[in-house]
Design a binder for this molecule. Structure first.
Ligand SMILES: Cc1cc2nc3c(=O)[nH]c(=O)nc-3n(C[C@H](O)[C@H](O)[C@H](O)COP(=O)(O)O)c2cc1C
Length: 187
């Protein structure tokens, strides 16, 4: 059984929801999972985890500065064990921008940080117009109008592909399963 930490940065809850789905997928294979917000991660002893997964959403073009600070502070620890990063944004709803290689936010992020995550993913997020402030709703509607997305201010649209999330859960477990096999191998 491996011990996996998932740290998330989420403003409206969609990245958190994705983390909880990953937890369900991973726990099904009898691994232990801790899911924690970036706001609370400083209270946690980071040693003893077999893998660390970070997930962060995009707001006005950027991942949260907190997640970047966490990466910079814990770079050596992250590099010393299996690790992964995923980004959640609305641009990823477009088929031509939904992979780690084609998503502009993830590519920009990777250039900005020194850490090279071993596994990467991008998930399309959610629009929840009724829950946004007038300012945010107006800006997001304008961006959606320009990029041919939904603009009805009463609309809630979840673009997240949950099958893709489940597959990423499998990917997260792959190197851990290999490690466990090595541990149990007699040679
Ligand atoms: C105020 C605001 C700004 C956003 N800015 C962007 C953006 O610049 N690019 C983008 O692709 N998505 C943007 N989004 C969409 C979010 O990334 C998406 O809603 C995501 O699901 C939010 O995840 P969270 O609930 O975990 O914070 C924005 C959403 C809001 C509410």
């Amino acid at each position: 059984m491996a011990n996996i930490l998932i740290v998330y940065s989420s403003t409206d809850g969609q990245t958190q929801k994705i983390c909880h789905r990953l937890r369900v997928v991973i726990e099904r294979q009898q691994h232990q999972v801790t899911v924690v917000s970036i706001d609370d991660v400083s209270q946690l002893d980071l040693t003893g985890f077999d893998k660390i997964v970070l997930g962060a959403s995009i707001r006005y073009g950027h991942h949260s500065p907190q997640i970047i600070a966490f990466i910079e502070k814990n770079r050596h620890l992250l590099d010393s064990i299996p690790n992964a990063f995923f980004s959640v944004n609305l641009v990823a709803r477009k088929p031509e921008k939904c992979t780690p290689e084609s998503n502009p936010y993830l590519q920009k992020f990777l250039k900005r940080i020194a850490w090279k995550p071993k596994e990467l993913a991008v998930f399309a997020g959610k629009i929840d117009y009724p829950s946004y402030s007038f300012f945010d709703r107006s800006i997001i509607r304008l961006i959606m109008w320009m990029t041919k997305g939904p603009t009805d201010p009463m609309n809630v649209v979840e673009f997240t592909d949950w099958q893709q999330v489940e597959l990423f859960g499998q990917v997260i477990m792959e190197d851990l399963t290999a490690k466990q096999d090595c541990k149990t191998s007699p040679h």
